[in-house]
Design a protein around this ligand. Sequence first.
Ligand SMILES: [Zn+2]
Length: 489
Amino acid sequence: MTWETIIGLEIHAQLSTESKIFCGCATRFGDEPNANTCPTCLGLPGALPVLNRRAVELGARAALALGLHINHQSIFARKNYFYPDLPKGYQISQYDQPFSANGELEIMTAERDEAGHPVEWRPKKIRITRLHLEEDAGKNVHEGLPNVDRYSYIDLNRAGVPLAEIVTEPDFRSSWEAYDYVNHVRRALQWVGASEADMEKGNLRCEANVSVRRVGDDKFGTKVELKNLNSVRFMQRAIEFEVARHIQVLESGGRIAQETRLWDDRALETRVMRSKEEAHDYRYFPEPDLQPLIVSAEFVEEVRSAMPELPEQRRKRFSEQYGLSYADASQLVSDRALADYYEEAAEASGNPRATANWIRSELLRELEAKGVTAADSPIPAKELAALVKLIDEGKISGKQGKDVLIEMFKSGKSAQAIIEEQGLVQVSDTGEIDALIDGVMAANSDALASYRAGKDALFGFFVGQVIKASKGKANPKVVNDRLRAKLKG
Ligand SMILES: [Zn+2]
């Protein structure tokens, strides 16, 4: 019996505003607990919400970066539930008229081999049910404070921070598709500055609805909601765990309960948190203290025109303008800072393809080893370009270039300075190389006689001797050309 996996995802992304969505309190992270609160976000009677225009702009950026349509009118609604970190007793969200609905997004996704490496990338369309704006709740703190066994602590600094919630249809058929989708969304939101979208910092949170069904069945199986997924990799592993659990329960004749489960990243398993509420439990109704949100076509155009070139457009332009392969261009747009870095270096070096190779094969390895991104590269783009130029001009060899790059990375010095310090100059001068060749021929008269008698294989021996005599500095191409001419006699 074979099983099919069905996954839908909900992403909550914190929008990068400086103040909260319905009041002027700061959204800064790490301040004294409850320092950033006011009557509105504390839910005091009589305090009224006022919508933050910047939150709407960033929500629009998020929607446009994902290729979604923005509704002309959306309605804020109260989602009622009682929980200590929700001071009003309801969350202001959007329900039946959200900011954006019925969208579609194309992602690139790949099956992975046993080691988790992508096998072959292919496009896949994912239907986006909705993207809506809402406020975040506060935080209950159960650790690191006095008498936590008897008290719960509540920090409301996060209450009222703006979120975009992005919900998909159950369109994913594997944990890796979900993984590729979350990475796609994360990059898109970061790219346009809508959200920092960092799962480890908690400003991008992800929930997965997972079920399985027998291949050929029309009906979905009972779904389980997974929470507490603190990285994209944990999400992927939690889904794998859950799918295996469902299949095992169903094959042994059991039933899956509809519930919310938490991923435990130490035990590498999911655990029951609570049974799942239905939408009607929340008694949604329109928020009477806020007007309908009207987003004009002009507003959307204003936001769109202020956005940077999107990753997919930039990938296409890199391919066309700089003659890069799909793989090269895709990797270079995996991060906006890297794409900017590449473009600056390519323009300065005048050799866009060589620049792409140096970044992909050498620089990224060093960056990764140091755990920094292109934005913080110790080698500025202009200096990498200077290195590529020195190699193109034959001043140093490609092999020397690799050592120079590592030294640049370590010391922060320019390529030129390192070459001068280490005397790393490639000798291309034919007069100098001819003199070396003459010396080698004189010292190896037997080999020369054999070569001239037809032993062609000795050519490599002479190349090696000349390079050695130059202490590795002779340009191999010039050595080859001159040797062919001179060995003939
Ligand atoms: Zn406030």
